[in-house]
Design a protein around this ligand. Structure first.
Ligand SMILES: Nc1ncnc2c1ncn2[C@@H]1O[C@H](COP(=O)(O)OP(=O)(O)OP(=O)(O)O)[C@@H](O)[C@H]1O
Length: 300
C-alpha cells in the first residue's frame, strides 16, 4: 500500500538578510502526526508560513492535500486546513472570542458548532472574554478550538502547547488523539516538548539551520539508537567504522561504551569483529534529539 502525501515540499528556498531556509524537500504522509523538531531559530515557523502561503518562497513550492499553495487566498484549500500560529495576532486583542468565532465560521461550510462548544468546555475557555484579556494559555486553547471546529483534514500547529498548564496540556493531547482516530487526518506540528512528540508523533522531521536534516519514523528511531557496552577483549576496534557510530568511550577494563544510530547493523558488525556485547539499552527520545542537534551544530 502506498501512503498518500498530505504535504509535498519541493526545492523550497526562502532567502532573508541573515537567514536562508532550504532548499527543503519533504513529503509528509497523510493519516499521521508529523512533528517538526529543531533548535530555536532553525526555521520551523518560517516553514509553516511558507506551507500556508503566508510568505513567498524565492523558489520551489508546496502542495497541501494535492493542491498547489499560492500567495493569494485559496478558499477551497483553506476550508480543508486548520492552523494555529506560534504567536497570537495583536490586532485581534479587542475582539471577544465569540466575535472572532462568528467571523471565522462563515468561511467554513463544515463548521461544527457542537464540537466547537465541546472543545471550549473541555478546555475551560470563556469565549465571552476579549482575546486581549485572555491569559496566554486560554487564548491558545481558544485558537486550538477554533482551528479544529470545522474538522479540517490537515491541522498545522506551531508550538501548540506553548503556555498551557499541565491539565490543559493533557486535554489538548487527548483532543488531538481523538482528532486522529478517524485515520484519514493529518497533523503537522512544531514542538520543543519531548513528551508531546513522544505521545503524538508518528514521524519526526528534524530541522536545523534552515534545512531538513532527516525524516524519521519515531518508533524506528527509538529502536535504532542504542548505547551498547562491549567487551573488545583487550583489542582496539576501528570504532568509527561501526555502522551508525556516534561515540565511543572506555567504560573500564576492556569494556567500551558505544553509541550507535544503527543498532541492528552495529550488533552484526560487533559479532563479526568477535567483540562481546555485554549489554545494550535504547536511548531516550530527548537524548536522540540532543545528539542530532549537537551533530548539526558540528560538535562532533
Ligand atoms: N519576518 C522575518 N524577517 C526576517 N527574518 C526573519 C523573520 N522571521 C524570522 N526570521 C529569521 O528566520 C530565522 C528562523 O526563524 P523561525 O522563527 O522560522 O525559527 P523557529 O525554528 O520557528 O524558532 P523557534 O524555535 O525559536 O520558534 C531566524 O534567524 C529569524 O531571525
Amino acid at each position: 500500500m502506498t501512503t498518500e502525501t498530505a504535504v509535498a515540499i519541493e526545492g523550497l528556498v526562502q532567502r532573508r538578510a541573515h537567514f536562508e531556509l532550504g532548499p527543503v524537500d519533504l513529503n509528509i504522509p497523510k493519516g499521521y502526526v508529523t512533528a517538526i523538531v529543531g533548535p530555536n531559530g532553525s526555521g520551523k515557523s518560517s516553514l509553516f508560513r511558507l506551507m500556508l502561503g503566508l510568505a513567498r518562497p524565492d523558489s520551489g513550492g508546496v502542495r497541501l492535500l494535492g493542491e498547489q499553495v499560492r500567495g493569494e487566498d485559496r478558499v477551497s484549500l483553506k476550508t480543508r486546513i486548520g492552523y494555529v500560529p506560534e504567536e497570537a495576532i495583536d490586532i485581534e486583542d479587542r475582539l471577544s472570542g465569540e466575535a472572532k468565532s462568528a467571523f471565522v465560521r462563515q468561511w467554513y461550510p463544515g463548521w461544527d458548532v457542537n464540537y466547537y462548544r465541546e472543545l471550549l468546555r473541555r478546555f475551560e475557555v470563556d469565549p465571552a472574554l476579549k482575546l486581549g484579556k485572555m491569559s496566554k494559555g486560554m487564548r491558545r486553547k481558544f485558537e486550538l478550538s477554533l482551528a479544529m471546529a470545522h474538522h479540517p483534514e490537515l491541522l498545522l500547529l506551531d508550538e501548540p502547547s506553548s503556555g498551557l498548564d499541565p491539565i490543559a496540556w493533557k486535554t489538548m493531547i487527548d483532543a488531538l488523539h481523538r482528532f486522529m482516530e478517524r485515520g484519514d487526518r493529518t497533523i503537522v506540528m512544531a514542538s520543543h516538548i519531548i513528551d508531546e512528540v513522544r505521545r503524538l508523533a508518528d514521524y519526526i522531521a528534524f530541522v536545523a539551520q534552515g534545512k531538513v536534516l532527516g525524516m524519521y519514523e519515531k518508533d524506528a528511531l527509538l529502536e535504532a539508537w542504542q548505547t551498547m557496552y562491549v567487551d573488545a577483549g583487550g583489542r582496539t576496534l576501528p570504532w568509527k567504522e561501526m555502522p551508525g557510530y556516534r561515540s565511543c568511550d572506555l567504560a573500564g577494563g576492556t569494556t567500551y561504551k558505544v553509541v550507535t544510530e544503527q543498532a541492528f547493523e552495529a550488533e552484526q558488525w560487533l559479532a563479526a569483529a568477535g567483540a562481546v556485547l555485554v549489554s545494550k539499552r535504547k536511548l531516550e527520545l530527548d537524548d536522540i534529539l540532543l545528539n542530532l542537534t549537537e551533530h548539526a551544530r558540528g560538535v562532533y
